[in-house]
Design a protein around this ligand. Structure first.
Ligand code: FE2
Length: 371
């Protein structure tokens, strides 16, 4: 077919443009075929580069972005399939159509295994070339739809996972607050610890998701106390050795409660280790220094700071100043000095004490109204 006939064929074929595909690379050692294909594709409005040399084809792919490469299967020193493999490694999105005058089933299978999008038998008519481009376009469209579908599904799964986590969290917080009602003097403790812990985590520079994990772990840090009898939790006076051991088992009990819930997997180290001490004298594992998860070291400071300010059956609440003094005095022994330093910066932010007080007043009001 003479080149001048292309436009008439295109009109007969019913297409004058190929959406999504604008840049074509042609690689064939027959210059005449390159000339004819170039003219035809340019009449379609496509941007075409043509070369008879495999090395130049590689250079072009390195320098420019093409949508389709039509590659002859016999290029002299290099086989088309080898060239396709090389160019495909350079541009994972590049689509390939292999052209050959001697097609056989082995070549076709090999080409498909290498990810070739279509197979064009020489000599081919213009309609076949257009069908081939259309086939690649459709393939790209389907691939895009598949990606869109997957990212939509991923987003839905993320949203549902987050909703589920929030639902579980609400139930578990309600349970924690039930325990706090039994454990005299600790009502609202988890909420306040969560508030302070997340401020310290932010002050240290943790990421948003890490801060959220610290916040959630703080809310649930004493959930293991659910399994401890009221007589021990509300006992007035010192605990005997057996009772103290039972109380000291609450981090592990908390992990037992939350372990089946995959959504809380990342919170478990903080809950398990929130009673470890920086010098290694804590429980349940006696970890020291950086071996204690950072989230647990943060909760430890916030937990103590709040606990000191609460009335307990065996002692009266200390003032805010004394609580801060106490935390600072134990820096490097019970607490990570870096976390204590962040804690003091949080207090210096100005309004944290007022906020914590406000939060406590809100909780007390809820308690009075029985909410
Ligand atoms: Fe605790």
């Amino acid at each position: 077919m003479r080149p001048g006939c292309w436009s008439r064929v295109l009109i007969a074929f019913g297409r004058t443009t190929i959406p999504m595909i604008s840049k074509i690379l042609l690689v064939d050692d027959e210059v005449r075929i390159l000339d004819v294909m170039t003219q035809m594709l340019m009449e379609l409005g496509l941007d075409v580069k043509a070369t008879a040399h495999p090395d130049e084809a590689v250079r072009l792919v390195a320098e420019e972005k093409f949508h389709i490469a039509f590659v002859d299967n016999f290029l002299g020193p290099v086989e088309g399939i080898e060239l396709i493999e090389q160019m495909g490694a350079m541009d994972r999105e590049l689509q390939f159509v292999i052209m050959t005058g001697n097609p056989d089933i082995e070549t076709a299978i090999c080409a498909l295994k290498k990810g070739v999008a279509d197979f064009l038998r020489k000599p081919f008519r213009i309609e076949e070339l257009l069908v081939s481009i259309d086939h690649v376009r459709r393939r790209l469209e389907l691939e895009q739809q598949r990606k869109d579908l997957l990212s939509g599904l991923e987003l839905t799964v993320q949203e549902k996972t987050s909703e589920l986590k929030q639902t579980y969290l609400s139930v578990l917080i309600a349970l924690s607050r039930t325990v706090e009602k039994k454990d005299l003097g600790t009502y609202g403790h988890s909420m306040r610890v969560s508030d302070i812990s997340s401020r310290i985590a932010r002050q240290i520079g943790l990421s948003t998701s890490e801060v959220e994990n610290v916040r959630a772990a703080s809310l649930l840090h004493d959930i293991g106390k659910i399994g401890i009898s009221d007589s021990i939790l509300a006992k007035k006076g010192p605990l005997d050795a057996e009772e103290a051991d039972i109380i000291r088992s609450h981090p592990e009990k908390g992990v037992e409660i939350l372990q089946p819930l995959k959504q809380f997997e990342l919170l478990l180290p903080a809950i398990l280790h929130h009673h470890e001490r920086f010098d290694g004298s804590g429980y349940p594992r006696g970890l020291s220094g950086d071996a204690i998860p950072l989230s647990a070291r943060i909760i430890s400071v916030a937990d103590t700071y709040d606990a000191i300010q609460s009335d307990r059956p065996y002692r009266l609440a200390a003032s805010h100043e004394n609580a801060v003094r106490e935390v600072c005095a134990w820096s490097g022994k019970q607490f990570d000095p870096g976390v204590v330093s962040a804690f003091t910066r949080v207090l210096q932010e100005g309004n944290s004490e007022a906020d914590i007080l406000k939060s406590a007043q809100r909780l007390c009001a809820q308690k009075r109204t029985g909410q």
